[in-house]
Design a protein around this ligand. Structure first.
Ligand code: SF4
Length: 434
C-alpha cells in the first residue's frame, strides 16, 4: 500500500476468521483449567518491578490470568498468532454470543449487548478480555468495556459532543481550537471501545471517511495556518492504522515547516500492546520530535505485555505521558490511583493528566463528584514522587479547554505572611509582603 492509498478501518466489516470458543466448549475449557492450576478469583495483574523492561522476545510473559484465559478459550492459538496484533484485531469480541462464551453476563449487560441502542459499538481484543474478570461484574476493567443499560440513560447536562469539537472543525476530523495547536482525527476505529469515550458520537461508526482526500484537505489547512506548531494525532486510535499509512501521515505533517512537533494519542499499549512492534517503533522514530499520550486507567492494565510495549516506545526515544479518566467504581480512590501512577513511572510513562469524566450522553454512572478528584490529588501530592502526580483537569463543556483544578493549599494571610497548608495539614508561613 502506498501512502496515498486509502486504508479502510482494519476492523470494519472484517469477518472473524477464528471466532473465540469455536474450538473448545465451555465445559471442556473449564476442565482444562481445573487440570492446570486452580483459578484464584482475584489476583493482582501487576507486573513485578523486576519485570519492567525485560519482557521481550517471541514468547512474552503474561499474567497468570491471561495464561488461564488463553488455555481456556484459545487453546489452539499458538503464541505466534496470539502475539500478532492483526490476529488480535481480527478476533476482537464484538457480539453478545462471543462475549457470552467468555463472561458470565448480568441481566443489564446482556440487555445492553442485545439492544441496538448504544451510542458506541462494543469491541474488545482477546488480550484485553483476558484481563476482564469472568464473573465479577464490578471488576473495574470489565465496567469500562462491557456495556450496561446505564448507557441508555440521558442525564442532565450531557451531550453527544460536550466539548464542542465539531464547531471548531474547519475540515471534518480536524479540530483547531487553540491558535498554535491542532487535533487531527486520522481514524474513527479503536481495537477496544471504552464505554465512557468522549468521542462516542463518532468512533466506531464509520463516520470519518477513510480515504486520503479528507486527510489531504486537513494537511492543506495546516499548511495554510502558520501559527500551528503542534499537531496531536488522535482518533479513534491512530495506531489501529498500519505502519505505512502512519508513516505517510507523519511524513506529510513533518514536511510542514511550521509544525515543530507531533503527538500521538493512543490506548494501544493498554488494550493491544502487541501493536507496539519493533517495526512500528522504527517507523515512529523517523519522525522525531514525536511525543505520545497513552490512555491508561487502572493498574490492572500494567501487565508484562504493557511493560514491553512502553519499553519499546521509550527506547525509541518517544517521551510517554498518560492520560487517565477519573471513573466511578474504576479508579476513584487514592490507593488505586497510587498503584496506577507508580506502575506508570516504572513503565517510563509520566502521569500527565487526570481528566474529570466528560458529560457524554449516557455516562452519568462513570462520573464522580469533582471533590473526589481533588481528594485523590491531595492523597498523592506530597505522599509520593512529584512526577507521579498528574494534572487534574476539567475539559470545559462548550469548548472552554482544559481547566486545572488543585486542592487549596493557601489558607490565608497574616500581615505580610502567606499562610500555607502542607500535605500533612501543617500550617507554614511564607514571607510575601503586599
Ligand atoms: S481508545 Fe480513546 S478514542 Fe478509542 S474508545 Fe477509548 S477513549 Fe475513545
Amino acid at each position: 500500500m502506498t501512502g496515498t492509498d486509502a486504508e479502510a478501518c482494519p476492523y470494519g466489516g472484517m469477518d472473524e476468521d477464528e471466532p473465540p470458543g469455536t474450538t473448545v466448549s465451555l465445559v471442556v475449557a473449564r476442565k482444562a483449567v481445573r487440570l492446570s492450576r486452580p483459578v484464584r478469583p482475584r489476583r493482582s495483574l501487576n507486573c513485578p518491578p523486576a519485570a519492567a523492561g525485560r519482557v521481550s522476545g517471541r514468547n512474552p510473559r503474561s499474567t497468570f490470568q491471561t495464561r488461564v484465559f488463553r488455555k481456556t478459550f484459545y487453546p489452539d492459538v499458538p503464541d505466534r498468532l496470539w502475539n500478532d496484533w492483526r490476529w488480535q484485531s481480527r478476533n476482537r469480541l464484538r457480539t453478545l454470543a462471543q462475549v457470552e462464551r467468555v463472561l458470565e453476563l448480568s441481566d443489564r449487560e446482556r440487555a445492553a449487548l442485545s439492544l441496538d441502542g448504544a451510542m458506541l459499538p462494543m469491541s474488545v481484543t482477546p488480550y484485553y478480555m483476558s484481563l476482564v474478570s469472568r464473573d465479577d461484574r464490578n471488576q473495574p476493567l470489565r465496567k469500562t468495556v462491557i456495556p450496561s443499560t446505564s448507557e441508555f440513560i440521558h442525564g442532565p447536562g450531557e451531550a453527544d459532543d460536550p466539548l464542542g469539537e465539531d464547531e471548531d472543525s474547519p475540515v471534518p476530523g480536524l479540530v483547531h481550537r487553540y491558535p498554535d495547536r491542532a487535533l487531527l482525527l486520522v481514524t474513527d476505529c479503536c481495537s477496544s471501545y471504552c464505554r465512557y469515550c468522549t468521542r462516542s458520537r463518532m468512533v466506531g461508526h464509520g463516520s470519518l471517511p477513510h480515504g486520503s482526500d479528507r486527510l489531504e484537505k486537513a494537511f492543506d489547512y495546516i499548511r495554510g495556518a502558520p501559527a500551528i506548531r503542534d499537531v496531536l494525532i488522535s482518533g479513534g486510535d491512530p495506531l489501529s492504522l498500519g505502519d505505512e499509512r502512519l508513516d505517510w501521515i507523519l511524513s506529510q505533517l513533518r514536511a510542514i515547516p511550521h509544525v515543530e512537533f507531533l503527538r500521538i494519542g493512543t490506548k494501544m499499549p493498554a488494550v493491544l500492546p502487541q501493536r507496539i512492534t519493533p517495526d512500528l517503533c522504527r517507523t515512529l522514530r523517523k519522525h522525531h520530535p514525536l511525543w505520545m499520550s497513552i490512555h491508561f486507567i487502572h493498574p490492572d492494565e500494567c501487565t508484562p505485555e504493557a511493560f514491553t510495549a512502553c519499553s519499546r516506545l521509550a527506547d525509541a526515544g518517544i517521551p510517554l505521558g498518560s492520560q487517565t479518566v477519573l471513573l466511578a467504581g474504576v479508579n476513584d480512590d487514592v490507593e488505586t490511583m497510587k498503584r496506577l501512577v507508580h506502575n506508570l513511572l516504572r513503565m517510563r510513562v509520566r502521569p500527565y493528566y487526570l481528566y474529570q469524566c466528560d458529560p457524554i450522553t449516557g455516562s452519568a454512572h462513570f462520573r464522580t463528584p469533582v471533590a473526589k478528584g481533588l481528594e485523590i490529588i491531595e492523597g498523592l501530592r506530597g505522599h509520593t514522587t512529584g512526577y507521579a502526580v498528574p494534572n487534574y483537569v476539567i475539559d470545559a463543556p462548550g469548548g472552554g479547554g482544559k481547566i486545572p483544578l488543585q486542592p487549596d493549599y493557601v489558607v490565608g494571610r497574616d500581615g505580610d505572611d502567606l499562610l500555607l497548608r502542607n500535605y500533612r495539614g501543617g500550617i507554614y508561613r511564607y514571607p510575601d509582603p503586599i
